[in-house]
Design a binder for this molecule. Structure first.
Ligand SMILES: *Cc1c(COP(=O)(O)O)cnc(C)c1O
Length: 379
């Protein structure tokens, strides 16, 4: 089945009782049993819920995976993955990481004895030399946030296989429309469904997808034991959102490319970070592994004062100043004080994240209107 057909149909079956074409919201915490242990596959809603099941199956299909699990947030999904590990185990992660992921690694799990090493995953030799006998997991995010670096997924999963490591790919920024890491050898794909997948800035949720039965069983055990599950109303919203994923992504990509070109030619703009630009450091890798280049980009101004950046950040009307990304409406953000404030300044600067960097989540509005809005704000 082609992707466009899957987003509309995967996981969803008409209700066997009424024929309702949309999966009902099973707003229940428990299920009646005919006799002790004689039930219809549903016992308690932390463990199973039919609305969640439909979503889990849909998401697995979109990532070409066998198994999908949904969590109360992207961070709850991350939490479940790290709980596969034991004290002393090591994780090698990209150094240009989502701020919340860096925070849970360094502030929550480090105190349980799990060791995190951050490397520039653009440099394959750096990953190889960070592997020790205690390494268990490679953690990839691509495109990275907010510098839009592209990590070669296949190169990383190859190192993972050679060293018997799990490779986790956070596919939030790309969405399964642009790339499918399981096809490139990843063990687990992670999503913040909050972003492109749900797509309407109205829900927080996360997901994990895998092809390996034992890994799925372990993650499902953690999902049920720790209980970070999403509610059925939210599952319904995400099921509705993903039906238009391909249509939205096409427009995000088209608008993203137009805005990147506009900024790249603007006399007051210094650097533009967008993987679709031929000048982008990893453009060739992006072309190899992505179908298109997405709607996320960031840039700096030639005037590198924080005041100049703040003037743009507060000067747009269509781009709203807000955290998050991937919704139909355009957002503008300041990583240093917003999404990446939890990363210490020295770490930020080491990763090349300037205090004047401006990040855009380009929505699906008319590109000319968005360009006029940015143009007025940049002045
Ligand atoms: C938002 C985000 C997360 C965390 O997801 P939540 O749904 O906010 O908990 C993880 N990774 C990336 C790349 C994200 O953008």
């Amino acid at each position: 089945m082609k992707f466009s057909t899957k987003v509309v149909h995967a996981g969803v079956k008409p209700c066997p009782v009424t024929g309702a074409i949309m999966t009902p919201i099973y707003q229940t915490s428990t299920y009646v049993q005919a006799a002790p242990g004689d039930h219809k596959g549903y016992e308690y809603a932390r463990t199973q819920n039919p609305t969640r099941d439909a979503l889990q199956d849909a998401i697995a299909a979109l990532e070409n995976g066998k198994y999908g699990l949904c969590f109360a947030s992207g961070m709850a999904a991350t939490d479940a993955v790290v709980k596969l590990l034991q004290p002393g185990d090591e994780v090698i992660a990209t150094n240009d990481l989502y701020g919340g992921t860096y925070r849970i690694f360094t502030k929550v799990f480090a105190k349980y004895g799990i060791v995190f090493r951050f490397v520039d995953m653009g440099n394959i030799e750096d990953i190889k030399s960070a592997v020790t006998p205690a390494t268990r997991m490679l953690w990839v995010e691509t495109p990275t946030n907010p510098l839009m670096k592209i990590v070669d997924i296949e190169a990383v999963t190859t190192i993972g296989k050679e060293n018997n490591l799990l490779t986790v790919v956070d596919n939030t920024f790309a969405s399964p429309y642009l790339q499918n890491p399981l096809d490139m050898g990843a063990s687990i794909v992670l999503h913040s469904l909050t972003k492109y997948m749900a797509g309407h800035s109205d829900v927080v949720m996360g997901a994990l997808i895998t092809n390996e039965e034992t890994l799925n069983n372990d993650l499902k055990f953690i999902q049920n034991s720790c209980g970070g599950v999403p509610g059925p109303q939210d599952c319904f919203l995400v099921l509705r959102g993903i039906k238009t994923l391909h249509v939205r992504m096409r427009q995000h990509c088209e608008n993203g490319a137009k805005i990147a070109a506009f900024l790249a030619n603007h006399p007051k703009v210094d650097k533009v970070y967008y993987p679709g630009l031929s000048t982008h450091l990893n453009h060739e890798v992006a072309k190899k592994q992505m179908k298109d280049f997405g709607g996320m980009l960031s840039f700096t101004l030639k005037n590198d004062s924080i005041e100049a950046a703040l003037k743009v950040l507060t000067g747009t009307h269509l781009f709203s100043l807000a955290e998050s990304l991937g919704g139909v409406e355009s957002l503008i953000g300041h990583p240093a004080t917003m999404t990446h404030a939890s990363i210490p300044k020295e770490e930020r600067l080491k990763a090349g994240l300037a205090d004047t960097l401006i990040r855009l989540s380009v929505g699906i509005e008319d590109a000319d209107d968005l360009i006029a809005d940015l143009s007025a704000a940049i002045g």
